[in-house]
Design a protein around this ligand. Structure first.
Ligand code: MSP
Length: 669
């Protein structure tokens, strides 16, 4: 029997001093797409992400809030885990550098490198930027002597330190790059690294003595191992490198990694230090380090001080998770910098998703329902138009698969959308609705056309699955299939004609709703997006063309006072768990609740229920919260949502809760 092909992809491990944001979500989503695509294409796949918990940066932040670093990292780790789960990130393992399994392997690697004669004790006198956790020389700094990545002036340090003989690896690395031209991607970035190495590498300091939050050096606990030596090792510690028996078998199976996805700022660590460390330890380097570009906001760097950091969960609640994933990967070329904009996201939702794909699915399903009694007709070849569509489908399956494999996400999606456009043109040209009335061979023609439409929709549903796992399954379900669970991929298609004859399609439903001008404006207001951050144009593309102001499609109140389901869906009702609660000083009616909505943090909600409930009565309850209400200041406290309550027979307050233990964070529909 043939051994299954293997695929191993990693993200950087994120520093726990921050919360997940759109930049870290971008890398993680990209890695998820690679993992999902490879699982769909039959590869045995391993996807690793995790957290970088040691080092001076973390120690300083913890110290700043007078917290023990162990407790600090414990608190900060959970949000990453939760947010990735909420974004459907299908990681197989989540490594934390404070775990024993990791520390053991770091020690093992240190010992191996030492045995190779590549570690020696000396003194480090120079600059250190703890924002980057990197050693700098004067020439790395900008004109004002600041860190080039905006972390201010580096500190001057002088301390005993162990060094790694990186200088020994200049030639070996250059030979390695030459023999493995795909090791650093994209190519443009490879050139930067190669020129840097060509200048000749210097030994690097790999231990610190001026703080203690790290893994002690074996046999010399006065020193802690440099955080990058520690962190890079995660890629093999998670696979149990050097461990006995089963623990180590993942390493045998999956190493070398197929992709380390990293941001361009940390390429040098991955493409120079890491392969040299591995060579020294006698371990094969990874196959590819892919450095993606940075996401900016309104062309500005994202930063807490500019208050422009985008929270991926807000995007999920407001625009939808799959929509956000699609936009991020479709609008940005993976290796290059890209600018995030809410208007561009809305544009993609309206044109690519609602107008192109949504429209194709809805036309196909509605016509099959109306004209063919909701049953898939038998496959038949038809004429030239049909064979053109089939050829296009096969070409797209092949090409998009290769592009996903190569981490060229924007081109893969563009290619898939070519099939969508071809199918929409095909329906326009073939006019199936006219065939039904035509008599003669009209019925047979209608069946041929509708089979081609349904089969194209099925293929598209399978091909979008790596990027839009939920929407793909919703599409498959409308088409009549039992979609696989979210942790099992629909197979990447390999042939035309998999739609079973006679299968009953389900009721058409809107899977890709549009966001009209006024809804877009309200969403941006809720998210607090400053006008200046977005494009100059006040237009939000709806459908193919751009529709401005008044003429934009609007969801309005019906004359009978009813609202549409689309309007209802704009209100995000979510199950929250009250974690703690207290009275608001000086306000008899108000309670201040700390509510978990499954977002990896708690929200403060101020509610006028103190006349009926004590803090003790409300703590621990599952409540229903309007999660996307604009935050409001009540008695000086910012309330980030509203709980729902009703009246009892006596006119008293009764909060709404759930029948049984509903999942925290579950949407309420
Ligand atoms: N802990 C190290 C990585 C160790 S890997 C062995 C680290 N962590 S980080 O949390 O600061 O950054 C993690 C990744 O997020 C980096 O790849 C960085 O490039 C990426 N991004 C941070 N902000 C970003 C954007 N605005 N846009 C895209 N990616 C960005 O570095």
């Amino acid at each position: 029997m043939n051994e299954r092909k293997k695929f191993y992809v990693t993200t950087p491990i994120y520093y726990v001093n921050d919360r997940p944001h759109i930049g870290t979500a971008y890398t993680t989503i990209a890695a998820d797409v690679l993992a999902r695509y490879h699982r769909a294409a039959g590869y045995e796949t391993w996807f690793l992400t995790g957290l970088d918990e040691h080092g001076q940066k973390i120690a300083k932040v913890a110290e700043g809030i007078s917290m023990n670093p162990e407790i600090f990292v414990e608190r900060m780790a959970q949000p990453f885990f939760d947010v990735w789960k909420l974004l459907e990130i299908s990681f197989d393992d989540f490594i934390r550098t404070t775990q024993e399994r990791h520390k053991r392997v770091v020690h093992r690697l240190w010992e191996k490198v030492k045995q190779s004669g590549d570690i020696y004790l000396d003194r480090y006198d120079g600059l250190y930027c703890y924002g980057c956790e990197a050693y700098f020389t004067e020439k790395d700094l900008d004109e004002e002597g600041n860190c080039p990545l905006g972390h201010g002036k580096p500190s001057r340090v002088s301390m005993p330190s162990y060094f790694f003989r990186l200088s020994r690896y200049t030639k070996k690395l250059l030979e390695f790059y030459e023999a493995n031209p795909d090791f650093i991607r994209p190519k443009s970035r490879a050139n930067e690294v190669i020129s840097f190495v060509r200048e000749g590498l210097k030994d690097i300091s790999i231990s610190r003595t001026n703080f203690s939050w790290g893994i002690p050096v074996p046999g010399d606990p006065e020193h802690v191992i440099y955080v990058w030596f520690d962190a890079l090792t995660n890629y093999i510690s998670a696979l149990g490198w050097g461990e006995e028996g089963e623990k180590g078998s993942l390493f045998e199976k999956f190493w070398p990694a197929d992709y380390h996805l990293v941001g361009k700022d940390i390429l040098r660590f991955h493409a120079v230090y890491w392969p040299a460390m591995l060579m020294s330890a006698g371990v094969e380097p990874p196959k590819c380090v892919y450095a993606h570009g940075f996401l900016t906001i309104g062309k500005q760097k994202m930063s807490k001080s500019l208050r422009n950091v985008v929270d991926p969960l807000n995007l999920k609640w407001e625009f939808g998770m799959d929509e956000t994933r699609y936009y991020l990967l479709r609008d940005n070329v993976f290796g290059l910098d890209g600018d995030f904009s809410h208007d561009a996201l809305i544009g993609r939702i309206n044109s690519d998703l609602a107008n192109d794909l949504g429209n194709l699915l809805s036309r196909s399903v509605t016509l099959v329902k109306k004209l063919l009694g909701s049953r898939c007709p038998p496959p038949s070849d038809g004429g030239e138009e049909e064979s053109k569509l089939r050829a296009k489908a096969m070409e797209v399956i092949e090409k998009a698969g290769q592009l996903f494999h190569d981490a060229d996400f924007s081109s893969a999606l563009e290619t898939i959308w070519q099939l969508c456009a071809s199918a929409n043109r095909y329906i326009d040209g073939r006019k199936p609705w006219e065939k039904a009335k035509k008599g003669g061979n009209g019925e047979a023609e209608l069946k041929t056309i509708m089979y081609h439409c349904l089969e194209t929709c099925r293929l598209l549903a399978c091909m979008i699955a790596p990027v839009m796992p939920v929407k793909s399954r919703e599409m498959l379900s409308v088409l009549g299939f039992e979609p696989p669970p979210l942790n099992k991929e629909p197979q990447w298609p390999s042939r035309w004609g998999g739609f079973p004859e006679g299968m009953e399609i389900r009721e058409p439903k809107i899977i890709f709703p549009r966001i009209d001008q006024s809804a877009g404006t309200s969403i941006k207001a809720r998210l607090g997006v400053p006008q200046s951050q977005e494009s100059e144009s006040k237009e939000i593309p709806v459908g193919k063309g751009k529709v401005t102001g008044e003429s934009a499609e609007k969801i309005t109140t019906q004359s009978d006072g009813n609202i549409s389901f689309e309007d209802f869906k704009k209100v995000h009702l979510v199950v929250g768990e009250v974690k703690s609660c207290e009275k608001v000083a000086g306000a008899d009616k108000l309670l201040k609740l700390n509510v978990d909505l499954g977002e990896g943090r708690t929200r403060i909600i101020v509610a006028g229920i103190a006349t009926r409930y004590t803090p003790e009565q409300i703590t621990g309850k599952k409540i229903i919260v309007v999660a996307n209400l604009k935050p409001a200041k009540i008695r000086g406290i910012v309330s980030e949502g509203m709980l729902l309550a009703a009246e009892d027979e006596q006119g008293g307050i009764r909060i709404l809760t759930t029948d049984g233990n509903a999942r925290t964070g579950s949407p309420v529909r």
